[in-house]
Design a binder for this molecule. Structure first.
Ligand SMILES: NC(=O)C1=CN([C@@H]2O[C@H](COP(=O)(O)OP(=O)(O)OC[C@H]3O[C@@H](n4cnc5c(N)ncnc54)[C@H](OP(=O)(O)O)[C@@H]3O)[C@@H](O)[C@H]2O)C=CC1
Ligand SMILES: CC1=C(/C=C/C(C)=C/C=C/C(C)=C/C=O)C(C)(C)CCC1
Length: 317
């Protein structure tokens, strides 16, 4: 059980990847400042977490079942928490979805929103009122660079992260009045099962409804470039865990927290040109004209920050 001085942290989606690493990092805090309630929808998947947690399991880390898509599961889990006291809520559970829009059913799209958007909203609705009453708490949301900048063939996943960013941007203002903090973590590519799961799905895809050119652009242009990007700028889940811990421990936590500075120029393009043309055309060129040179992507990305390009972007004509 948590001691009075410990901060109770509840994390969703701890069976793998970023959630698992955040849970372990916080539970192994040398000063034992955190009591971690690591949750996952299927407790049969607990072994990896239990093993990584080592001695912390049963001491500073406990396990609970929680499916962010189920009202009952969320309610049951939170009512089992002593005094319903969650000091830090980390909304991490999420799923990806890749491919031409024509080939993806509305059912599949709704599942992504059900998990990434409504799953997070469901958690916040359950826990936020207690935080407001206590005039204390910190809500962390695992967003993505795709919550700020769309990426081709990630249309629906991107939309789900944009949705959560809009929700949080609005809510953060009200929460300030109640001394409750809200922070978005915005990673770029991270090497987790997320990447493998999406590639597995793609390998099985038959692309119903998509024309041959679109399928070719997706399979032969986007996928190899995306693999290059993951190789060139992919972070480790531990990097994201460390960044999240820093945000939690900050006296004045930032609202937006990009974890990968290599992605800064990509996001900056959006703000440098209010017409949106710079982002759309740069992405087009990177993908279709420089695709075969993707191994030197880092140099191209650095180039985007140069002042001549910025001058062009904001030029009135
Ligand atoms: N990897 C990346 O490149 C990036 C990831 N992100 C975000 O980071 C977060 C974590 O992803 P990551 O660690 O990479 O991927 P993983 O696939 O390794 O982890 C995702 C976790 O979410 C869980 N989950 C999925 N659906 C539900 C649900 N309905 N209820 C509870 N848990 C659920 C999964 O559980 P189960 O094992 O049961 O499926 C798993 O534990 C996501 O929100 C993702 O969008 C953001 C930027 C980049
Ligand atoms: C930057 C970039 C590309 C790919 C970006 C990718 C693949 C980002 C992945 C981000 C993830 C996985 C976020 C998860 O939330 C393209 C389209 C190849 C074109 C060139 C520029």
């Amino acid at each position: 059980m948590a001691s009075a001085s410990q901060r109770v942290v509840l994390i969703t989606g701890c069976s793998s990847g970023i959630g698992l690493r955040i849970a372990v990092l916080l539970a192994k805090d040398e000063q034992k400042r955190y009591y971690v309630i690591a949750t996952m929808r299927d407790l049969k998947k607990k072994d990896k977490l239990v093993q990584a947690a080592g001695d912390a399991f049963g001491n500073t880390l406990t396990l609970q079942a929680l499916d962010v898509c189920s009202d009952d599961s969320v309610r049951q889990c939170i009512s089992a928490v002593k005094d319903r006291r969650v000091d830090i809520l980390i909304n991490n559970a999420g799923v990806g979805l890749l491919g031409p829009v024509e080939s993806i059913s509305l059912e599949q799209m709704k599942m992504v929103f059900e998990t990434n958007f409504f799953g997070t909203v469901r958690m916040i609705k359950e826990i936020m009122p207690d935080m407001k009453r206590r005039r204390a708490g910190h809500i962390i949301v695992m967003s993505s660079v795709m919550g700020m900048q769309g990426v081709v063939f990630n249309d629906v996943y991107t939309a789900s992260k944009f949705a959560i960013e809009g929700f949080c941007e609005s809510l953060a203002v009200q929460l300030l009045k109640f001394n409750v903090k809200l922070s978005l973590i915005e990673p770029g590519p991270v090497h987790t099962e997320f990447e493998a799961k999406m590639m597995e799905e793609v390998a099985k895809m038959e692309f119903p409804g998509a024309d041959a050119d679109t399928v070719r652009y997706f399979k032969d242009v986007y996928i190899p470039s995306s693999i290059d990007i993951f190789e060139a700028m992919g972070q480790k889940p531990d990097d994201i865990a460390k960044c999240t811990k820093k945000v939690i421990e900050s006296r004045n936590p930032r609202f937006r927290n990009l974890t990968n500075s290599l992605y800064t120029p990509i996001v900056a393009m959006k703000y440098a040109d209010e017409t949106g043309g710079l982002s759309v055309h740069t992405f087009y060129n990177l993908l279709f004209n420089f695709g075969s040179l993707m191994h030197i992507t880092m140099n191209i990305l650095k180039c985007l920050t140069c002042s001549c390009l910025r001058r062009r972007a904001i030029s009135p004509d």
